[in-house]
Design a protein around this ligand. Structure first.
Ligand SMILES: Nc1ncnc2c1ncn2[C@@H]1O[C@H](COP(=O)(O)OP(=O)(O)OP(=O)(O)O)[C@@H](O)[C@H]1O
Ligand SMILES: O=C(O)[C@H](O)COP(=O)(O)O
Length: 542
């Protein structure tokens, strides 16, 4: 089916019947959602162009506006004379031409990216290749480099389990599958490794065994499980692994040497394999034996598809955003978000604050906050952050009204008050309806939004309204082509609760890792990987 968004204006099709194969937009914004059975040709003279095709080629051309093109399984040809191109193809070539602007091209599984920026020398400095392309990818390895090879894949399969050892959220398992499937389809022997929880020594409740049925189901072949992650028994299982087989090692954290990044332990892990793929974004901020140490003993050491995608959005799209760029930061305490706020203040145009941290800002401004959560030792910091935002010209918005409660409980009495009128004995547990409206109006103007941290105590239904409103607004904006990035942790849980996870541009699988990346820190698990070699062809004129 082919669809044009409400904002698409004068989109026309060469045929009145769907599916369409040709869109021309002389004026309006072109947004085509899904072309099921024909190649997609999109032309826009003066507006942004968003093209998405599940199963056919995309040819996108815009004279003076941005192009966002995604093709799941076919080639992608994008040409923009004077604006940015964001091109992504899961499994095929990308040919991107921009005369004078940035190209962000990510092909998940082709041997190499084809970047052609046909620039005048004066505009060359504007051409940049985002960081996702800076590390060698599993997709850069040829079939010959994978066939019959033993590949050590570090994934983050640290999923929540209930008391009966049932997986309560399989997101991280599903996110690990594309890399594993790619490897087995190329005849590699996959040695899959992960941690689960924070065990002190061998602890049965932290075994990876409960993950085997779900992994087997998602990958489509029986996953073999080892009872250890190193040693002679594991070596035997590796030796018996057929091409295209998957062996899941036991929790690497059963050895204290893992978190100590012990070189001898890393060497033992590495000795099982011929090459290394790190797809464990959620653990990339840890310099552990299986995330960093092994790279000293295995070459090549490359990034998996999930790791690449996380970097693409949380680093690439945030460092070089389409503007206006808004950041929404919430959560409980300002102390845990200082680094993120400071880093985002350098990059964003609009900063919306919510959650428990706002009361420290109110108090710093001399307002009464009742018994709301306040970090007394961070009042000066809050004042400094407000001044920094002003100095940088960032529009920092604090909620204008709050939902207050007479106790911290799901059945508390509640009312809505202006943020200047919080009575003694009451605590703020959510942002109010005026704030939601102000935030929505501010977000309406944006082209990129990143969200980290809930607006209130969303675990209690009564105080989940503000958080859910943000989730819904971001879903709506995603439909209009805004890049929406959910930075991990509780905001992801909120987006999932509202049922809009699928429409967001990117939902991070990392908590701590996404925070550290947003703070601008280098992630050791990424840093240790081999550099990519991108093909960049420059010519002097179109
Ligand atoms: N007004 C408030 N008062 C007290 N707690 C609040 C308030 N608003 C939000 N919270 C709590 O903040 C918690 C989330 O804060 P946290 O700093 O962990 O956010 P997060 O970014 O989602 O975390 P992470 O990504 O590390 O998981 C939630 O449990 C929520 O109940
Ligand atoms: O859940 C996470 O954030 C990752 O799996 C990392 O876990 P850790 O904080 O125990 O290192």
């Amino acid at each position: 089916m082919a669809a044009a968004s409400a904002a698409a204006g004068s989109l026309t099709s060469s045929s009145n019947k769907l599916p369409c194969r040709f869109f021309r937009s002389p004026r309006g914004l072109g947004f085509a959602d899904s072309i099921a059975s024909h190649d997609f040709h999109a032309l826009s003279a003066s507006h942004d162009l968003h093209a998405r095709s599940a199963s056919h080629d995309i040819h996108a051309r815009s004279a003076s506006h941005d192009i966002h093109a995604f093709s799941a399984s076919h080639d992608l040809h994008a040409r923009s004379a004077s604006h940015d191109i964001h091109a992504r193809s899961a499994s095929h070539d990308i040919h991107a031409f921009s005369a004078s602007h940035d190209i962000h091209a990510v092909s998940a599984s082709r041997p190499q990216f084809l970047f052609r920026s046909i620039s005048k020398p004066s505009s060359m400095s504007r051409r940049r290749v985002i960081s996702a392309a800076a590390k060698k990818s599993v997709g850069d390895l040829s079939p010959a480099e994978l066939k019959g090879k033993k590949v050590f894949v570090r994934a983050d399969l640290n999923v929540p389990l209930d008391d009966a050892q049932n997986i309560t959220d399989d997101t991280r398992i599903r996110a690990a599958v594309p890399t594993i499937k790619h490897l087995i389809q190329n005849g590699a022997k996959v040695i899959l490794s992960s941690h689960l929880g924070r065990p002190k020594g061998v602890t049965p409740k932290y075994s990876l065994a409960p993950l085997v049925p779900r992994l087997t189901e998602l990958i489509g072949i029986q996953v073999v499980k080892a009872d250890d992650c190193i040693g002679p028994e594991v070596e035997k299982l590796v030796a018996a692994l057929p091409d295209g087989g998957v062996l899941l090692l036991e929790n690497v954290r059963f050895y204290k040497e893992e978190e100590k990044n012990d070189p001898a332990f890393a060497e033992k892990l590495a000795s099982l394999a011929d090459l290394y793929v790190n797809d464990a974004f959620g653990t990339a901020h840890r310099a552990h034996a299986s995330t960093e140490g092994v790279t000293k003993f295995l070459k090549p050491s490359v990034a998996g598809f999930l790791l690449q995608k996380e970097l693409d959005y949380l680093d690439g799209a945030v460092s070089n955003p389409k503007r206006p760029f808004a950041a929404i930061v919430g959560g409980s305490k300002v102390s845990s978000k200082i680094g993120v706020i400071e880093s985002l203040l350098e990059k964003c145009d609009i900063l919306l604050l919510g959650g428990g941290m706002i009361f420290t800002f109110y108090k710093a401004q001399g307002l009464s906050v009742g018994s709301s959560l306040v970090e007394e030792d961070k009042l000066d910091l809050a004042t400094t952050l407000l001044a920094k935002a002003k100095a940088k010209g960032v529009s920092l918005l604090l909620p204008t009204d709050v939902v207050i409660a007479d106790k911290f409980a799901p059945d508390a009495n509640s009312k809505i008050v202006p943020s200047t009128a919080i009575p003694d004995g009451w605590m703020g547990l959510d942002i109010g309806p005026d704030s939601v409206k102000t935030f929505n109006d501010a977000l309406e103007t944006t082209k990129t939004v990143i969200w980290n941290g809930p607006m209130g105590v969303f675990e209690f239904d009564k105080f989940a309204v503000g958080t859910e409103a943000v989730a819904k607004k971001l879903a709506e904006l995603s439909g209009k082509g805004v890049t929406t990035i959910i930075g991990g942790g509780d905001s992801v849980a909120a987006v999932e609760k509202v049922g809009v996870a699928d429409v967001m541009s990117h939902i991070s699988t990392g908590g701590g890792a996404s925070l550290e990346l947003l703070e601008g820190k280098i992630l050791p698990g990424v840093d240790a990987l081999d550099e990519a070699v991108a093909v960049v062809v420059l010519r002097s004129r179109l």
